[in-house]
Design a protein around this ligand. Structure first.
Ligand SMILES: [Zn+2]
Ligand SMILES: [Zn+2]
Length: 260
């Protein structure tokens, strides 16, 4: 079995066939999914999905590309919401995205530190989105961990080896998406080889970034199988072993999510 630790099932791309794609995920051995929040104001839609589908859990948070829309959301708001709902198992996604550059670094950092505080206080894992921001992310993770540890996941990892190294050192987990399977991603596979196997997770980030076997198609949770296959090759273990270990890892870091 596998867990897709990061997808966006509330996106309109899935409106017509949510039942079918969740069924396909189950058929492919993807037993549980975490659908990730990009705006706290859209949380009701996410929660409705988790209530309809027992195998789907969610997070609460503001994506860095939406940072300035939700500067009124405080750590206490995130904590209250997370404590109110059994199906909220993580904080985020939040982080720094200097690639799209639609938000100021200052606004993104404000959101990031508030979400870190919420992760620290709730013990729920922080879902970190970091793109073209390795240096600042290393600095913030190191400084904030110094004030008090918090569980975190570097999601859709596509950064350099130094961020991976620091993330591991600080107790974090590294989640790989379909990018790991692309022919040009040899550097990323080299990083994956260095990550301790008990810190590895797999995700789709669907509807984006379909892995190689389905490249160019709209992504969906069942496709996470391809990423797990490539990760197994990187680590020199069987697919069955990779599936088991990554699932155990996911249930350890998403400590509020029950094993189904
Ligand atoms: Zn992201
Ligand atoms: Zn995402």
């Amino acid at each position: 079995m596998l867990i897709d630790t990061h997808c966006h099932l509330d996106f309109a791309e899935f409106d017509e066939e949510r039942d079918a794609l969740i069924e396909r995920a189950h058929q492919a051995g993807v037993r549980q999914m975490v659908t990730i929040s990009t705006r706290v104001r859209k949380l009701d839609g996410l929660l409705a999905i988790t209530e309809k589908y027992p195998s789907v859990f969610c997070s609460v948070g503001t994506h860095p590309n939406n940072a300035n829309e939700e500067l009124d959301i405080q750590a206490d708001d995130l904590i209250r919401l997370a404590n109110q709902h059994d199906k909220i198992v993580a904080i985020g996604e939040v982080g720094l995205d200097y690639f799209y550059d639609t938000q100021t670094p200052a606004d993104q950092k404000t959101g990031l530190t508030r979400h870190i505080q919420a992760a620290r206080e709730t013990g729920l894992p922080l879902i970190i989105h970091s793109r073209s921001a390795d240096e600042d992310m290393i600095e913030i993770l190191t400084a904030e961990s110094g004030k008090g540890a918090f569980p975190f996941i570097l999601h859709c990892f596509s950064a350099g080896p130094e961020l991976a190294r620091v993330g591991i050192e600080l107790g974090g987990y590294i989640s790989f998406s379909g990018i790991l399977t692309f022919p040009k991603s040899e550097e990323l596979r080299e990083i994956a080889r260095t990550v301790p196997i008990d810190r590895l997770l797999v995700e789709t980030d669907a509807p984006y970034l379909a892995p190689k076997r389905w490249r160019g198609k709209r992504n969906e949770p069942s496709y996470v199988v391809n990423t797990a296959e490539v990760l197994a090759e990187c680590k020199g273990v069987s697919y069955a072993e990779m599936a088991k270990v990554s699932t155990d890892n996911a249930l350890r870091i998403f400590s509020k999510m029950p094993r189904l």
